[in-house]
Design a binder for this molecule. Structure first.
Ligand code: ATP
Length: 583
């Protein structure tokens, strides 16, 4: 059983110990009935020797003292072994779920950006939150299934001892019950997994409700249609599938519970007419069957959950395969000094989607120099951001080579080269803390704190955020302020190559100017290679080089100072005229 394999791999010794305890507990459980029967039966062939002595314990009369003592010992033993078995396996299951999730985090970190972008966050989140949980709940049933299975086996053994024909009859009845029970369960699983798919759609719709809330508020028709045709429809789909699935499951579970009673009825009212049995034997059989009812229904009713667990385990394994780790060297080594980033005949293409060919870049040749500011410009969809992800080594070229100085970026060097890059993308993510290594000296921390305070002031954030022990006091800031905080983080990283994708787009005019005329030149003066993707043609004069993109091709690379100044001047005149015309 795959589920059990996963467990055994997690903690083989603990699992073995838990199985052993579970088995012992199951055996003792099965022993209770023969012990009780021995006490009430006068049959000389009883399991325990009958003794009619009465002893007084704590002022109470106890008959069959020896049997009673054995009964008590077995009960205590069951209590201890059963609890230990369950606790051990439950702990292993909790460890397993933690390990699984951490494994997921590591795999996501090691996967390439291309693969993650293709898969999308919703699928990954659903797997981490839903499937891992299901595996654990299924796995938590394993100790009970084990204990009860052993109990069933023990009681079946007792039935063999009582009457072999009854044993075969009971085996046949249980097999029939288990098989017929599976049919409704399969049907209900189909409904429940349909409802699970619908939950994905519903979650997407709820996202729309929360994030599209402002748009919906401004348009009553839109919000009514969204409520009726999207949210309510999805809710009803989930509700209907769940109702049907759960109705079938409940009916099947009750059928599972009643199987043993059907068997008791058939043995008592029908079987007895065809098989000669003493009344002691019949009492024994009925007691064993009554006793077996609980374990049988526990085992039968856990089958669906264990099946769901296995399905989830397969899903998790499948997703793991779909996000393979990047096939690269994961050791980081110091890079040889470099002065320029060189793109030689670099080409890249997004994968085909819905039968449409993926957007293509290149082949492209250019260089980015340290101590220079390079702008990448071009119309919407011309490929600037795609090019930026090639520059920051998140996309790997399908043709050509990228080199940082003498270091060619390949599977051996890519991770090391990435360490010299800092970027703020247009869809950047701001963590709520600086992720710097602890253990620095107090003096170093003080210098860093001073540096932070200077940057906070410079970026106009000193009255908005404080950073203590690396944690931001808040990230509930305006879009522009958040982006400035991201800039502070990038500064502190002190990398050799900085890339900004439309950083200034949502800054006010003062900070826009501050970015282009102060921050970028400051980085340039520090000898950093600086690339800014920008539509702000007013500031193109800051650039030492302008790369112009169109439809995935580099159509111009302007390096001449006069041309840049000239173009900037012309664009400024055009912009001023446009503004004048509009006003
Ligand atoms: N993750 C992706 N998967 C597939 N295709 C993509 C992906 N991201 C972008 N594209 C395609 O690549 C093309 C270029 O997109 P890109 O974001 O590079 O343009 P851009 O020049 O940065 O545009 P903008 O100025 O609007 O930001 C687009 O036509 C888009 O359809």
């Amino acid at each position: 059983m795959k589920l059990f394999d996963a467990f055994s791999r997690q903690a083989p010794n603990k699992v073995f110990f838990s199985i052993l305890l579970g088995a012992l507990s199951g055996i003792c459980y099965a022993l209770l009935i023969p012990i009780v029967l021995s006490a009430i039966s006068e049959d000389p062939a009883s399991v325990v020797e009958y003794e009619s002595t009465v002893r007084t314990v704590l002022s109470y009369d106890v008959s069959d003292y020896k049997v009673a003592t054995l009964f008590l010992i077995v009960c205590v033993f069951i209590l201890v072994t059963r609890t230990l078995s369950q606790v051990i396996l439950t702990r292993v299951s909790i460890d397993l779920s933690t390990e699984m999730r951490i494994g997921f985090y590591k795999r996501i970190m090691a996967a390439s950006t291309d693969v993650l972008e293709k898969m999308g966050s919703a699928k990954l989140l659903a797997t981490i939150t839903t499937d891992v949980g299901r595996i654990v709940s299924g796995a938590r049933m394993l100790p009970d299934v084990l204990i009860n299975s052993v109990t069933i086996i023990g009681l079946l053994g007792f039935l063999i001892y009582l009457n072999i024909n009854v044993f075969w009859f009971v085996i046949g009845a249980i097999t029939f019950g288990v098989i017929t029970y599976q049919l409704p369960i399969l049907l209900s699983n189909a409904y429940l997994s349909h409802s699970r798919k619908k939950v994905d759609d519903l979650l997407e719709a709820i996202n729309g409700l929360i994030y599209g809330n402002k748009e919906l508020k401004l348009n009553d028709v839109k919000s009514r249609i969204y409520l009726d045709e999207v949210l309510t429809k999805n809710e009803h789909d989930v509700r209907d599938a769940e109702k049907t699935g759960n109705t079938i499951t409940r009916a099947a579970a009750n059928y599972g519970d009643m199987i043993s009673f059907f068997v008791i009825g058939i043995v008592t009212f029908i079987f007895i007419n065809y098989e000669s049995m003493s009344s002691d034997e019949l009492v024994g059989v009925v007691m064993a069957l009554l006793y077996i009812t609980g374990p049988v229904s526990i085992v039968i009713n856990s089958i669906p959950q264990i099946i769901v667990s296995r399905v989830s385990l397969n899903k998790v394994n499948k997703i793991f395969q779909e996000i393979p780790p990047e096939n690269i060297n994961h050791d980081v080594f110091p890079l040889e000094d470099w002065q320029e980033i060189r793109f030689s005949q670099v080409g890249y293409q997004y994968p085909e989607r819905d039968g449409l060919e993926g957007f293509k870049i290149g082949p492209i040749d250019f260089t980015i120099e340290k101590g220079q500011i390079t702008f990448i410009v071009g119309g919407n969809g011309s490929g600037k951001s795609t090019l930026s992800k090639l520059l920051t080594l998140h996309h790997q070229p399908s043709s050509g080579t990228i080199s940082f100085g003498n270091t060619v970026v390949d599977s051996h060097s890519i991770k090391s080269v990435r360490q010299s890059i800092s970027s703020i993308y247009s869809d950047y993510y701001l963590f709520n803390r600086l992720l710097t290594e602890n253990g620095e000296s107090e003096e170093a921390l003080k210098i860093q704190q001073d540096e932070i305070d200077v940057y906070l002031k410079e970026l106009g954030l000193d009255d908005k955020v404080t950073i203590k022990n690396g944690e931001f006091s808040t990230i509930s800031l305006s879009d522009g302020q958040k982006r400035r905080l991201a800039l502070l983080v990038a500064f502190l990283e002190d990398k050799e190559f900085y890339l900004f994708d439309e950083w200034a787009a949502d800054q006010d005019p003062i900070f826009k100017e501050f970015f282009y005329y102060h921050i970028l030149p400051q980085l340039k003066a520090k000898g950093k290679a600086v690339v800014a993707i920008s539509h702000d043609d007013r500031y193109f004069d800051v650039a030492d080089k302008i790369l112009v993109m169109e439809s995935g091709s580099l159509i111009d690379c302007i390096t001449e100072r006069e041309i840049i100044d000239e173009r900037t001047k012309t664009r400024n005149i055009v912009s001023t005229k446009k503004v004048a015309a509009q006003t």
